[in-house]
Ligand binder design. Structure first.
Ligand code: NDP
Ligand code: TDO
Length: 289
């Protein structure tokens, strides 16, 4: 049986992979590690887990994801999202394991009206995006046979994310201002987990950077408006500008990514974000999470 090591098993993507794993129990053995067992910045721990588990595939679902805090914790963000990813790619190469690494739309500056393709110029405007870009570069430099999946606006029923933040704020506020001039593509992390498993199962593997998200593009305000509609909330939402919602980190104005390459090479068809959002909110209603 082929072995899959999931690093960052307690994050939202990690949880979605845990949820999906039973479907693949006759094909793969899974080992989900949290940061207390495997800290990706600890090279010795990485070596030990590889030596003991001998994975065929490694899914790196771990990352430093605090976009605003990263502006202060620059070193930590680069250690986890940059250098550690470079080391992981090297260790995967040395051990004949295929690395599936996850990156972000925040590697782009967002100053375009076209959808970004995989080989478009990156120009991160914040520390988080810059640290994730460093990880992409180091991974491909050390091990070109790495699959890097750039995704965007990830949410799920697990952990902290925009959907759950909105549902919480709808409970405690009568009115909310939401940025209406930043565009991107929300992604249900359960869909990303499925895409990762499809790539692992693909007979013919192609490597390098791939974009994966739900589609089409929307704004944070329109996204929040759908969350309101699907959750039957009576909160009043108002579209505001980026300037009216100041944050420590700058966010791209429009980070919409083209999904053609993953569709062509891996036959993975993106889902409409409204359908995937509806699924998530139904689960949250059922579980009262
Ligand atoms: N969230 C989003 O909106 C988006 C995320 N992405 C990318 O998708 C991927 C998954 O994100 P998501 O599931 O939301 O992330 P989460 O923030 O939910 O989870 C990240 C996980 O990484 C773990 N982690 C942090 N530092 C380390 C470390 N040094 N060693 C090992 N594990 C560590 C954390 O473990 P612990 O808590 O135990 O420390 C946590 O469980 C990441 O690569 C992220 O950059 C891309 C686009 C959008
Ligand atoms: C809570 C809140 C946020 N906003 C805005 C701020 C920001 O522009 C936008 C999203 O805010 P958040 O801080 O939740 O999302 P943010 O942390 O920027 O989300 C990003 O996370 C990283 C990890 C990624 O990789 C990106 O793809 C993206 O998903 O919504 C409002 O306008 N009103 C509000 O009440």
């Amino acid at each position: 049986m082929r072995r899959i090591l999931v690093i960052g098993g307690n994050g939202q993507l990690g949880h979605c992979l845990q949820k999906l794993a039973p479907k693949y129990h006759d094909l793969y053995d899974f080992n989900f590690t949290g940061s207390s067992v495997l800290d990706i910045t600890n090279d010795e721990q990485v070596d030990t887990v590889f030596a003991e588990y001998r994975p065929d595939f490694v899914i790196n679902a771990s990352a430093y994801t605090a976009v605003d805090l990263a502006e202060k914790e620059v070193e930590k963000a680069f250690a986890v999202n940059g250098d550690a990813v470079g080391n992981l790619a090297q260790v995967c190469k040395d051990n004949n394991a295929i690395l599936i690494h996850v990156s972000t739309d925040y590697v782009f500056d967002g100053e375009t009206n076209l959808s970004y393709s995989e080989d478009d110029f990156t120009n991160p405007i914040g520390v988080y995006g810059a640290s994730k870009r460093k990880g992409e570069e180091l991974a491909l430099e050390n091990n070109p046979e790495t699959v890097i999946l750039r995704t965007s606006w990830l949410y799920s029923e697990f952990n902290k994310n925009f959907v759950k933040t909105m549902l919480h704020l709808f409970e405690i506020k009568d009115e909310l201002g939401i940025v209406g001039d930043q565009f991107g593509q929300p992604t249900n992390a359960n869909d990303l987990a499925e895409a990762i498993m499809e790539i692992i199962g693909a007979e013919k593997k192609t490597f390098g950077i791939y974009h994966f998200s739900n589609y089409p593009e929307t704004t944070w305000f329109d996204f929040a408006s759908k969350i309101k509609e699907f959750s039957d909330s009576s909160v009043q939402l108002k579209a505001i500008t980026t300037e009216e919602f100041p944050t420590p980190a700058k966010r791209p104005k429009r980070s919409t990514m083209s999904l053609d390459k993953i569709e062509k090479d891996y036959h993975i068809e993106p889902k409409h974000w409204e359908n995937s959002l509806r699924d998530c909110i139904e689960i949250l209603k059922l579980t009262n999470a």
